[in-house]
Design a protein around this ligand. Sequence first.
Ligand SMILES: *Cc1c(COP(=O)(O)O)cnc(C)c1O
Length: 393
Amino acid sequence: MSTRGGRKKDRKTALLHAGREYCEHGFVNPPVQRGSTVLAPALADYESGRMPYTYGVHGTPTSRALEAAIARLEGGHGCRLAPSGLAAITAVLLAFTKGGDHILLSDSLYGPTSRAALRVLGRFGVETEFFDPRATADDLDALMRENTSLLFLESPGSHTMEVQDVPALAAVAKKHGVVTVIDNTWSAGWFFDAFAAGCDISIQAATKYHVGHSDVLIGAVTYTREMEDAFLDTYRDLGLCASSDDAWLTLRGMRTLEVRLTRHQENALKVAAWLKARPEVEEVHYPALPGAPGHELWKRDFTGASGLFSFALKPVSEKALADFVDNLELFGIGASWGGYESLILRSHIRENRRVTKWPHEGPTLRLHIGLEDAGDLIADLDAGFERLAAAGA
Ligand SMILES: *Cc1c(COP(=O)(O)O)cnc(C)c1O
């Protein structure tokens, strides 16, 4: 992480060229290789297990190029693609658990991750326990059991933005022989070095910033050398893959990842600082903002911030909230994030917390700050606050 500074230029360059070895005939981008059957020159080749491609589900030049690029970006040993971020997550949950295990999940996780653990793994006798995302090493150590097999982190949480002490938590897991998994989507793998922090697996909902244009669903699992065999066994058994068309679009998006993230961050900082000064706002949860919750840990472990954050309004009526949100011109109401455009959603945190209490009485709104002009975004929110005031709190 702290070594990242000196490597920065190299990473920017690598991002543009990673995966080029899968291109042909001098083209700078790989082909969109659609296919199931791959013909072998002879029976002996087919049966040798040494052909680079054997069947579409096991990889194409297009998917390999994207996997190589993501593995390079994350600093992992290898990477495999899944048809969505959630499919990448469930593959990892299934790969590193068995009946009778106990697993530890941060209370700040993406909701469907927690539900998959409870419902899918629960049916096979895996016990899921949630812990406070701000847990210290000692707190986590006290939760470790003989049968604990997996620790699942997400930092910051994609609604509540708690920054986790990942190096400290991963070190505790390592001591207990527990696999540490992180959903690293918020940082896009660009602003947070999961492997340097001691994680064994880093998951991307590449649907978000890698794709960057809200037009593809895709997930990626990047792993260390030690995790490779265990993960690939389950990955193959589940029959997971991503289409070459989607892999190609994702690689295309990734070439501009750093440029886009820079603007997302710049815009988000302006909007977050402006919101913080508003009397209607109780708290802005954007770790990159000085004074925001988690800012010190973020500064220690991250090299930047993406465009996703949330803020808590002081209590308002449902009507005032609807007047504020419904009539925004530039912020669309919708799920997902990481595209070029700005979005807004209400986060239902109080109802979904299991072991921690969200302190805010008023609604929490999550913003994705897109690539629009920051002044235009602020003017849009400003008009929203005027409507909110007119509705009467
Ligand atoms: C969106 C998201 C996912 C799931 O990705 P999909 O491609 O939509 O399945 C996982 N984790 C986080 C943090 C997300 O925001």
